[in-house]
Ligand binder design. Structure first.
Ligand code: NAI
Length: 264
């Protein structure tokens, strides 16, 4: 299929790697780049979901698309991935560090093990991606862009997401530090901060010391309060492509995310 996306001129033929691409925001982002004619690498620990994203990306307009099964929190696996990508597909033009997991619970009930799980994926996964692929971009010397999926939780404190919010606040800050470091090399870094988006993240999230059903009800109510029950991942994907095109630093996406922080 020919590229028809509105950013086809900008991304046609570029190599784009998206983590957490088996579903939700990651899959929608892979599709948006595919529509713009980019070559897509869909990375996820869910092999079947990643393969499906790659297959559909080709149908949508990606001249080439591949799936890689990797746990982003696994340093060695990420190193292997970065070597394989460089050897077989080339240097990535756009990296989207999007894989993440949820964890709800009170601070005092969250165990060290749960803290580690969330930080391993949400923070270390992003660090590995930035280090490994950022270095390849820098050494190539032809620019590039890194997009990290943070969250409005990075700057809106809550009583029920302490570990998750902390991991996302760290992602926001590391993105801004890396942006400052790479600006001189023509490499952009953006942090995307969505509020509540309609994906499976709450259904797969773990619940520490709280009743899962009650917590889901609470989150649904909060979303309804904001009138945000159906904010589609496709709109977040659109914000990702726009962030690259406009080289935006911090991008709040949903209304309540924008209410908490103005775009920088
Ligand atoms: P999702 O659960 O639909 O997608 C997350 C994907 O990441 C899944 O395909 C999952 O298999 C993958 N993943 C999880 N851990 C992984 C690991 N260790 N290695 C490789 N892949 C892994 O959820 P969603 O909402 O699409 O989440 C995407 C990102 O957006 C996450 O970073 C999340 O924290 C962030 N976000 C989501 C919001 C929401 O309301 N849904 C709001 C703000 C941020």
């Amino acid at each position: 299929a020919a590229a028809t996306g509105k950013y086809a001129d900008r991304f046609g033929g570029q190599l784009v790697l998206v983590t957490g691409a088996a579903g939700g925001i990651g899959r929608a982002t892979a599709f948006a780049f595919a529509e713009a004619g980019a070559r897509v690498i869909a990375v996820d620990r869910d092999a079947e979901g990643a393969a499906r994203t790659a297959e559909l990306s080709r149908l949508i307009g990606a001249p080439e698309a591949w799936a890689e099964t990797v746990d982003v929190s696994d340093e060695q696996a990420m190193e292997k991935l970065s070597e394989k990508v460089a050897a077989e597909y080339g240097v990535v033009d756009v990296l989207v560090n999007n894989a993440g997991i949820g964890l709800s619970g009170s601070f005092l009930d969250t165990t060290p093990e749960d803290w580690r799980k969330v930080l391993d994926v949400n923070l270390w996964g992003v660090i590995h991606g930035c280090r490994l692929f950022g270095r390849q971009m820098a050494e190539r010397g032809q620019g590039g862009h890194i997009v990290n999926t943070a969250s409005a939780a990075a700057y809106l404190p809550s009583r029920t997401l302490p570990a998750y919010s902390t991991s996302k606040a760290a992602v926001l800050m590391l993105s801004e530090c890396l942006r400052a470091e790479l600006v001189g090399k023509g490499i952009g870094v953006s942090a995307i901060c969505p509020g509540i988006v309609n994906t499976n993240i709450t259904s797969t999230a773990r619940f520490a010391g709280v009743d899962a059903a009650e917590e889901k009800r609470r989150q649904r109510n909060a979303a309804r309060l904001y009138g945000l029950r159906n904010y589609p991942p496709e709109k977040v994907a659109d914000a990702v492509l726009r962030a690259v095109v406009r080289n935006q630093a911090v991008v709040p996406v949903t209304p309540e995310a924008r209410g908490g922080r103005l775009m920088a």
